[in-house]
Each structure stands twice: as structure tokens, then as C-alpha cells.
Ligand binder design. Sequence first.
Ligand code: SER
Length: 318
Amino acid sequence: MDNILVIGANGQLGSELVAALRANFGAQSVWATDIREPESSEGQFALLDVMQGKELAAFVAHHQIGQIYHLAAMLSAKGEQHPQLAWDLNMTGLLNVLNLAKENTQLKVFWPSSIGAFGPSTPKQNTPQDTLMDPNTVYGISKLAGERWCQYYYEKYGVDVRSLRYPGLIGYKSLPGGGTTDYAVDIFYKAIQGETYTCFLQEDTYLPMMYMEDAVNATVAIMQAPAEQIKVRSSYNLASMSFSPAEIYAKIKVRYPEFKIAYQPDFRQHIAASWPQSIDDTCARQDWGWQHKFGLDELVDVMLLNLEKRLAPAKPSL
Ligand code: SER
């Protein structure tokens, strides 16, 4: 079988996706790569910078890579602080991967888009697959442009590129960094550590969210689906649940009655307010059989169960 390359493997999604790919396809066929050494590495790892196109091409040829999961990107909040850097990384990285796949159309590519590709004029409820998209963050602009590039390379050059518009991703194994949806991970740590959580979004800010296991399963499933089932070559809407800070706080408080929350919205509120509150993912369900497993109750259960184990008895701070 062709080998698999994960770029940005140390990130929130990458670290969990690599584990799932190794479990599914064998540890020997999966290469985890990033620009920094991982904190702990159990399988094959190499330093690789997606911005260096020649090195990327050499790596892919040398290791007989057949699939690339290109996850390296700067997220929404950090992107607003480093607009030029975010654009360069998010665009050049993707184009380097797509150009490689253009030369070798046997290469299959996965690239993540996001709810951040939508903007203030997008319908907020049950946001359709095809709708008005006017992102007003650098991250969102790069995701929308990336979607158009994916479709372009598919149509012009036959590149088999597949993509999902992820909601906010929540998992207990790895921390997000620099995103607007990060609060929904941070809040669990504070609850278990017995601290007040100061939320950077308003209490009534609804956003689409997803438990990491569902996101990983969707990613593996779309890459495994026969090519003819992938009818959307920009990026698929993907959904499982939506909630606000007040709602997730109320669920956690049932288990931690002393837990307190304070609200201090900052610039990230403005970003969140420009995004959809819920997503219509009918196309993904119909085209390649997407189904989610985790709703809000299941999410809270699995996060608390696992973080309680992980954080006790030592209580590292974030
Ligand atoms: N989770 C991302 C962010 O908050 C959105 O895709 O930036």
C-alpha cells in the first residue's frame, strides 16, 4: 500500500489523526511530520516544512507517499495578529502540496477547511453547503481561497483532493492553539482544576462544534470513499452539534457544582459572531455516508472522564 504523510502532525487534529491512521493502516505506513519535534513520538517522525516545496517533493518521492494529509495552518485568532504570516503559511503550504499532486496525480490529498470560511452575510442557521461566503478574517479568507484552489486543481489537473469544513474541534488528548473555538476545550481544564473559567466569548455565542473522534472518523471516511462519491471538490460542510458557552457551562456544572464562569469577551467575539451557528451537512451524509456519534451530553461525559484521569493527581496548569 502507498504510504501516508501527515503534515502538521503535532497539532490538535494531527496528533489524533496520526494515531487513528496508524491503527487503521499500520504504523509503518504513516509518516508524522511537523516543523518541531513532538513532545513524545511513538512512530515514524520527520521534521518537514511544507513551505519548502523541493524538500516536500523529495520526501514524498523517497518515502513512496500515496496520500498527504496537509494540516499545517495558522488558526483564526492568531491569524488576526499575524495576517501576512497566516496568509503565507495557509496558502503557500496548500499550493506546494497541490502542485506536487498535479505532477503526480496518483497522490491523494486531504486539506481542512473550516466554518471560518463563512462570514457575516452567510445565513447563520443551518448554513447550506452552497451559500454566500464573505469571510472577514485572514484565516477565513485563506480557507475560502484554499477551497477554490482545491476545486481548480481537481477540475484543471485531475488532482484527487478532498476537504471538510470542520466545526470547532474538541478533544482531551491535545490542545488547540490560536483558534476562536478553543474555549470549548479550555473550559474543561478549568472545571477539573477547580478554577473559575474566564470565557473570551459572550455566553450566548452559538458555534458549531465536534468531538475529535467524529472529526477523525470523518477525515478517514472521506479519504477512503470511492472518488465518484466525492461530488463536492471544494469542501464539505460537516456537523454534529452546536452550543453556547452558557450551555456547555451548565452541563459541566451538573458534575462540578462549584464551578464558576466569568465572561470577558475580546476580539475573538467579533470573529465568532461572523461565523455560522449551525451547519447543514446533508451533502456529506448523502454523498459518502457521514454520520456523527457524539452530541453535547456524550462530549461532556467523555471529556470529563478522560481529563479527570489525565489531570489527577498532579494538576498541570494550562
Ligand atoms: N477552530 C478554528 C478556529 O477557531 C476554526 O476552524 O480558528
